[in-house]
Design a binder for this molecule. Structure first.
Ligand code: ZN
Length: 273
């Protein structure tokens, strides 16, 4: 199996661990609007975990989520894996880091109202992150720019969380507005994964998707750019190790060069700015 196929196949491993591994679930979200997390308000825009523990207690953080810190922890593990040229670890941690970064781009992973359960909009989580991409993702432009070097991963993770959180009001409001003006059935039975499932009506979804004005595509594109940039940055921070003999052929010149080659270009690896 090629590395890229392995990564795709294992991109959701972190979700599968949620029920078997203690403390896995809170690594996937941060309920930034939870009153219990107001203790973070005075700690600046990208608080260190140790300072957050001192201000909020560790139990509180694990109760309301640790996603931005998890991105940093996984990033640090990836740097170590690159440094050790440990192929199995590189792939495993890269898949997990990609997963957490993608979760950080989903607005409903940043709020206490993660499934609309506090506002009578139950089911909006899967609607936004699964149903809409299944219906409309084929038309998205997911070709992004080359990865960029991210020097401060913590700030980047918190900034990403803030951007996602900023989309929550529109995401909820658009659902309310489309539903209140909808005459037809809200749900339909459709086959999915071999079984019939109750789904939000397809035409309703089209209307909702229009109201979101490109939000899902924007967050998805940003996730792709973020994942590639963090993988690249981890490799840079590890000192740009040659991966010859570690990864498959074609990557001996480094990730950035490999990326360039995939885009039909030749390039030299860049130095850390
Ligand atoms: Zn997840």
């Amino acid at each position: 199996m090629m590395e890229v196929e392995w990564l795709a196949a294992h991109a959701t491993d972190a979700d599968r661990r949620k029920h078997s591994v203690q403390r896995e679930a809170p690594r996937h979200y941060l309920d930034r609007d939870a009153p219990a997390l107001s203790c973070l308000d005075t700690l600046g825009s990208a608080p260190w975990f140790s300072r957050a523990v001192a201000a909020c207690s560790e139990d509180t953080l694990w109760a309301y989520g640790v996603l931005p810190w998890q991105i940093q922890w996984s990033f640090d593990q990836l740097v170590e894996a690159f440094d050790a040229k440990d192929k199995a670890a590189i792939l495993r941690v890269a898949a997990d880091l990609g997963h957490y970064v993608a979760d950080a781009h989903v607005p409903l992973h940043t709020t206490l109202n993660y499934n609309g359960q506090l506002t009578g909009q139950d089911g909006i989580h899967a609607l936004w992150e699964t149903r809409l991409p299944e219906l409309h993702g084929g038309g998205y432009n997911l070709v992004v720019e080359e990865p960029v070097y991210i020097a401060d991963v913590g700030s980047w993770a918190w900034g990403t969380l803030r951007d996602s959180h900023g989309e929550v009001p529109l995401l909820l409001e658009a659902e309310r507005s489309v539903t209140s003006g909808w005459d037809g059935a809200l749900h339909v039975r459709e086959p999915r994964g071999g079984v019939m499932q109750l789904q939000r009506d397809g035409l309703w979804c089209n209307r909702y998707h229009e109201h979101l004005d490109g939000m899902v595509e924007r967050r998805w594109r940003s996730a792709v750019q973020g994942v590639s940039s963090l993988w690249y940055s981890a490799w840079m921070d590890a000192g740009q190790p040659s991966l010859e003999g570690v990864m498959g052929p074609g990557k001996s010149c480094g990730l950035r060069c490999w990326w360039g080659q995939r885009r039909g270009r030749h390039c030299e690896p860049k130095q850390v700015p």
